[in-house]
Design a protein around this ligand. Structure first.
Ligand SMILES: Cc1cc2nc3c(=O)[nH]c(=O)nc-3n(C[C@H](O)[C@H](O)[C@H](O)COP(=O)(O)O)c2cc1C
Length: 164
């Protein structure tokens, strides 16, 4: 769906495939001096993006450790970029996980968009092939979110250029 929104070129980054270890760099990420090739590759990947959609489940009322770990690996690569959230879980649709990510995003100098997509009890929306069927409401929310993300990605690119 994101490809259909003008101005967006999308790449899906699956943390299960990227398979980072628990953070094991010598220096804090604010230095931007990384020891490991996997950190350098992760930093290069995040650097090239102008905006993000964090897709998260909810575990015990928050987002999972694997997502926190992947975010903590880097710092400047996230800075001054917009981020939006798609969350899933049981009745809450992962709302608390997304809200906790908003706090984290502010520490990374990211702009967290208000527009988001919640997917409650997603197992009820799977078709026979096991693919999730978005409701009309979720489709509308996703389109609005992605259009805003495309707008802010462009705006913040200009701001980052001014910061040098
Ligand atoms: C340890 C654990 C804690 C969970 N806690 C919550 C929760 O607090 N709220 C919620 O809505 N769903 C909760 N769930 C349900 C998950 O969001 C749901 O199982 C989801 O499919 C997990 O995502 P994953 O399959 O990508 O790991 C929990 C699941 C697990 C395994």
């Amino acid at each position: 769906m994101a490809e259909a929104v003008p101005g967006l070129e999308v790449e899906v980054l699956d943390l299960a495939e990227i398979n980072l270890p628990f953070l094991d760099e010598t220096k804090p990420p604010m230095y931007g001096q990384y020891d490991h090739e996997y950190t350098k590759a992760w930093a290069a990947k995040i650097s090239e993006a102008d905006a993000f959609v964090f897709v998260t489940p909810e575990y015990n009322h928050t987002y999972p450790a694997v997502l926190k770990n992947a975010i903590d690996f880097l710092f400047t690569e996230w800075n001054y970029k917009p981020v939006a959230f798609v969350s899933y879980g049981a009745v809450s649709g992962g709302m608390r996980a997304a809200d906790h990510l908003r706090t984290l995003a502010s520490v990374l100098n990211m702009f967290a968009l208000r527009e988001q997509v919640l997917i409650p009890n997603y197992w009820g929306g799977l078709n026979e092939q096991g693919e999730y069927q978005f409701t009309e409401e979720q489709d509308k929310a996703a389109t609005e979110m992605l259009e805003k993300l495309a707008f802010w990605a462009e705006e913040m690119k200009t701001s980052r250029a001014k910061l040098g």
